[in-house]
Design a protein. Sequence first.
Length: 373
Amino acid sequence: MPIVKNVSRAVSQLLQSSGCGCGISIVPVRCIGVSPRQVASDASFHSVSFSESDHPRVLITGGLGQLGVGLAKLLRKRFGKNNVILSDIRKPADHVFHSGPFIYSDILDYKNLREIVVNNRITWLFHYSALLSAVGEANVPLARAVNITGLHNVLDIAAEHNLRLFVPSTIGAFGPTSPRDPTPDLCIQRPRTIYGVSKVHAELMGEYYHYRYGLDFRCLRYPGIISADSQPGGGTTDYAVQIFHDAIKTGKFQCNLKPDTRLPMMYIDDCLKATLEVMEAPAEALTMRTYNISAMSFTPEELAQEVQKHVPELQVTYNVDEVRQAIADSWPMNFDDSNARRDWGWKHDYDLPELVSTMFSFLGSDSRIAQAN
Ligand SMILES: NC(=O)C1=CN([C@@H]2O[C@H](COP(=O)(O)OP(=O)(O)OC[C@H]3O[C@@H](n4cnc5c(N)ncnc54)[C@H](O)[C@@H]3O)[C@@H](O)[C@H]2O)C=CC1
Ligand SMILES: CC(=O)[C@H](N)C(=O)O
């Protein structure tokens, strides 16, 4: 990145010579209640960095959604229970509350978020808070606030306190003018949802903070994630989780996407494994800061056929939700993740048959059949 480095150096020299009162640091620091601005910062104020401690001290925002509890479990196994703090604005279930540190944190409350980072000497932040694609379209002002203003808060705090920051992006960061089969890392991104727009913004802002302020920003574009023990939060790919629950409970599933709608999908264990791997990858291995990751792609019809191998009596009908269908029709069908595979050795473990059998072994496919007999 010689051009970018030269630009950063030039901006740095300009700030130093302009007498603008910015001091020598170009780390963005906010005064509470005042607009973001450039002020001097003293590196000795920063939290202990990862290299100075045995383990990172981790904060997960929006941690009570589909992915956060599983991520906390994985990270606690690796870094110790008390080094990983889950946070959200919702009340945690008893088993989550008792499984490790939990704290209330609204990412729109900048001061509170900053206090949490400082008081707990956080070094790694996983920013999971978001409104997903379908719920985002139902409440655009809230999605804009949480997904964009919330990200700004997180970026400033991460840059100020020298954090390693992970922000997930999504297949939803692409749109109808992107190549869809396959979709490479670098191509046209003109999504048509507030969710997608906010995620492209997150990718660009994170990369900008990386080149401009040296923020250690890392980002993966997740496919639709499928999990057994956590519910999806209102996305377009949610059908691929619901089908398992309905197959077991009622033997009937009504799909809200057309049978031939092909989307990239991934089992949660692969998603969380990739997240930890990219965070642990040496900086010099990362030729980019935002990577596609991929495992499989399927249509509702193909998923239903695989599910019927376990629950042969499953009946599937289609009642298309126009909003979700329009979103799905603008998203990638297949994801090209060759850069992730080359740079930091990404490799998925679950294809469709393993995904389906693993879901049923978690959910207990025999229970419905046993009840019926
Ligand atoms: N689950 C999936 O299929 C995919 C998820 N992702 C991304 O991964 C991340 C996590 O996804 P999920 O767990 O599925 O999302 P989710 O919708 O299940 O959970 C999001 C969480 O954010 C919290 N939240 C909302 N407003 C908040 C606020 N003001 N302050 C703090 N927390 C707030 C919610 O209470 C919720 O627990 C998101 O950024 C999402 O965009 C990306 C692609 C696919
Ligand atoms: C793929 C995603 O980002 C999410 N599951 C959604 O459908 O909105």
